[in-house]
Design a protein. Structure first.
Length: 288
């Protein structure tokens, strides 16, 4: 890897990568990120979580560049959460998605761009009881949410993601329906909830994913996207694993995800991030 020394930015996923089951973290992984930073790499987070759901997990690393949050829908300052860029849906598309959910008596959960700290982060479109996983997520992360029969126009304009927590058969059927109806207008992926026995269907506007979020960050920082290294473990990480010049899939990732990365590291329990960083720094040192 003669060109390893060119890498300038390391982007790391959170859940399943830096954060394991039970929200456990490994000191070796965090120390490895410190080592990467000391070696001259910029490091940051690229996660499906919003900033508000992430900041308590990020630890004591003094990140000096913004993070990619909400699966690429937002760039936020790590320390303060200040929004640098935001990529919401069009209101009309959100209305159509919500209508198709209502016809199935489903309660979609809309992630909202927060203009002020006391704005609700989520709006739940419906009045039936929350899925236990949703209720626990709201409580665990201390996020404000609003349950409403109809989202008003202002909320529709701030929609970053529409999500549903479902059993797998229902989630699979709804995913197929949305893909057939909306075709290329949306970015849809189906995840297995790491901390819960449930499937999560997440819907974003077309063109919003982790790699496009990283491209926005590269433009903001003025660096070449070929200078980026990525680490991730799930299907929403595939765009950044496929497109980064160097990428690492966690050992616990599915074969489909692993085949999207340039390399495979260890799983979270064995400090896969630390192993990936050690490999990267060793290659950089050999190139000098």
């Amino acid at each position: 890897m003669a060109n390893a020394r060119k890498y300038k930015l390391l982007m790391c996923d959170l859940d399943g990568t830096l954060v394991g089951k039970g929200h456990a973290t490994n000191r070796a992984d965090w120390q490895a990120l410190h080592n990467a930073r000391d070696a001259g790499l910029m490091i940051s987070i690229c996660t499906g979580r919003s900033w508000r759901e992430s900041h308590h997990l990020i630890g004591d690393i003094p990140f000096d560049v913004p993070g990619v949050f909400s699966n690429g829908a937002e760039l936020n300052a790590i320390a303060t959460g200040k929004t640098i860029a935001s990529h919401p849906f069009s209101s009309d598309i959100v209305r159509q998605i919500l209508l198709r959910c209502r016809l199935r008596s489903l309660n979609p959960i809309v992630l909202l761009h927060q203009r002020k700290a006391d704005d609700p982060l989520y709006a739940v479109d419906g009045s039936t009881p929350l899925h236990p996983a949703t209720a626990d997520w709201f409580k665990r992360n201390g996020v404000a949410h609003l349950i409403t029969h109809r989202l008003d126009d202002q909320m529709l304009q701030r929609c970053l993601r529409v999500g549903l927590v479902l059993d797998l058969p229902t989630a699979t059927e709804l995913t197929q329906h949305m893909e057939e109806h909306f075709q290329s207008q949306l970015n849809i992926h189906l995840l297995q909830a790491l901390h819960y026995d449930a499937a999560i269907l997440e819907i974003f506007r077309h063109g919003v994913d982790k790699w496009t979020g990283i491209l926005h960050l590269c433009n903001y920082l003025g660096i070449d996207p070929r200078d980026v290294v990525t680490i991730g473990d799930d299907v929403n990480d595939i765009p950044m694993l496929q497109n980064a010049h160097l990428s690492y899939a966690m050992g616990s990732a599915s074969e489909h995800v692993r085949s999207s990365a340039k390399k495979t590291t260890l799983d979270h329990a064995r400090s896969g991030v630390a192993a990936a960083v050690a490999d990267l720094l060793s290659a950089r040192q050999s190139a000098n």
